[in-house]
Design a protein around this ligand. Structure first.
Ligand code: SAH
Ligand code: SF4
Ligand code: F3S
Length: 478
């Protein structure tokens, strides 16, 4: 069975930069591939922007590339194995084409550092997630025949004022990074080691980016952070105000200011953390029609003892209280989650608690994983990865089966209702159909008729598959 419903660790995706920004520099070709989470995809848009200023245009063809950059993920071992496979392939190409430069960027670069250059000799360049401004210098170093590395993590870098080049874009939906890093230290997780300390981006630059996107025709933005609820501007981690003359901004206030950009700009965000999600955020969401009724609230486990071992900072009861709060303020809100099967020492009873919690919440979407031990994490140092592969697989299958039975029910409940849908693109299966999503993030497919990309339409849902609604346009909104 598939490891999860939708693979977040997407297979390498190829990006296009249509026009080089600085045409004075010699034209060179870049192949940029991204792996991992949405934040990594957003980072690739920063990387593309920096490289476009250096005169690079992109290609999908490795034979044509002067420079290949892999923006990598280290979250689970299989994510890294996939990237290793790709690097070995690139190395074989390099034997024929020695001038081609290969760089590893992102979380795997940060985790393995010089090892990739020195021991494995797989690449020319290793660049961590906070060092992308240094790319032009590093590339030139490689062009002059040496290896290059910069894996310094920063306490300040947010790439705040760099305008991302929108890659692979439908011109309707876009990501906006609002913070970087993570201070949480969940015991299973490598992210605090690969992305460093948490820091928030200037709210002014976030609102400006959203406004600019709206003016260019975009109609949906997703605000990204590992833990958006701890977004804070002009406040220290301890809660002290940094500059008394400047306003302080928390996540609820940031949401409100982005929602004010235009009622026609839809707003989503990810990821919320159960220990930090406040009622203030939920109340703000319920006040603005354009903030979508959708929350990604990773639970990881339904058992409080496992949650303690995971260092998640909440219990099953606390988590269910947050679910109740969401339903109180937004009865129609969709909720999705992440679940880990077979964490260290997990008993059959503890696993059964995860199943029962999923049965209770009935998630609209879930990413489900087998636990994968990561070097340097708290879990690697303190616990034994003692659940066999076989048991992990069996538990994961039970988790997936439980989720699928709930999700079909959730999707079917949308049939017979009218949904406000943003038209995002042409359906992959039929040129005559568009697809879009309703506020709860359910994909809706319907005949095009007179609708246009980036327009809102009311769609009557006539039937459903497990995760998709099929309908027809009822009313054109504008
Ligand atoms: N910041 C987000 C998650 C980022 S990582 C949060 O706190 O929820 C995305 C998901 O990958 C996690 O929610 C977790 O379910 C999964 N994950 C992280 N480390 C993992 C590991 N070592 N093994 C298996 N899954 C893991
Ligand atoms: Fe990892 Fe936990 Fe931070 Fe999420 S909150 S990125 S799971 S340490
Ligand atoms: Fe992977 Fe790094 Fe994201 S480890 S999930 S790319 S933060």
């Amino acid at each position: 069975m598939e490891e999860k419903q939708i693979d977040e660790t997407r297979q390498g995706e190829f990006f296009e930069i249509s026009t080089p920004i600085n045409t004075n520099k010699p034209q060179k070709k870049l192949l940029l591939e991204s792996y991992g989470c949405q934040m990594n995809f957003a980072d690739s848009e920063i990387i593309a922007s920096i490289m476009a200023h250096e005169g690079f245009t992109t290609t999908r063809d490795v034979e044509e590339a002067d420079l290949v950059l892999l923006n990598t993920c280290a979250i689970r071992d299989n994510a890294e194995q996939r990237i290793r496979g790709r690097l070995e392939f690139l190395n074989s190409v390099k034997k024929r084409k020695p001038a081609m430069m290969v760089g590893v960027l992102g979380c795997m670069a940060e985790r393995l550092r010089e090892q990739l250059l020195e021991e494995e000799k797989l690449v020319d360049m290793v660049v961590g997630p906070d060092a992308y401004r240094d790319l032009p210098r590093l590339v030139s170093q490689v062009e002059h025949g040496s290896k290059a590395v910069n894996v310094l993590l920063s306490r300040e870098e947010t790439y705040g004022e760099i305008t991302p080049v929108r890659l692979d874009s439908n011109g309707v939906t876009a990501y906006i990074s609002i913070m970087r890093g993570c201070d949480n230290m969940c015991s299973f997780c490598v992210v605090p080691f690969t992305r460093g300390r948490e820091r928030s981006r200037d709210p002014k630059s976030i609102v400006e980016e959203a406004t600019d996107l709206f003016n260019r025709g975009y109609r949906e933005v997703t605000l990204l952070g590992q833990n958006v609820d701890s977004y804070k501007w002009n406040i220290t981690a301890k809660g002290d105000i940094i500059d008394a003359n400047e306003p302080t901004v928390n996540f609820a206030q940031l949401l409100a200011s982005v929602a004010e950009v235009s009622p026609k700009l839809r707003l989503r965000f990810s990821t919320s953390h159960p220990k930090d999600m406040t009622d203030e955020v939920l109340i703000t969401m319920s006040r603005y029609e354009n903030i979508c009724d959708y929350i990604h609230l990773p639970v990881q486990s339904g058992n409080s003892v496992v949650l303690k071992r995971m260092n998640r900072g909440y219990t099953r009861e606390w988590y269910l209280d947050r679910i109740a709060a969401i339903r109180k303020y937004m009865p129609e809100c969709a909720i999705s989650t992440d679940v880990i099967a077979g964490f260290c020492d997990e008993t059959d009873e503890e696993h059964a608690d995860t199943l029962s919690l999923m049965g209770e919440v009935k998630y609209d979407m879930a990413y489900m994983y087998k636990y994968s031990e990561r070097p340097r994490t708290l879990a690697e140092r303190k616990f034994e990865d003692n659940i066999s592969e076989e048991v992990k697989s069996q538990r994961l299958n039970e988790i997936i089966a439980m989720h699928m039975s709930c999700v079909a029910e959730r999707t079917a409940a949308h049939v017979g209702k009218r949904h406000k849908v943003l038209v995002e693109g042409v359906s992959k299966k039929s040129q005559e159909h568009y697809y879009g999503r309703n506020g709860q993030n359910v994909v809706v497919v319907f005949p095009k008729n007179e609708a246009k990309m980036g327009q809102y339409v009311w769609v009557n849902a006539l039937s459903s598959t497990a995760v998709t609604l099929i309908g027809e346009i009822d009313t054109y909104i504008d």
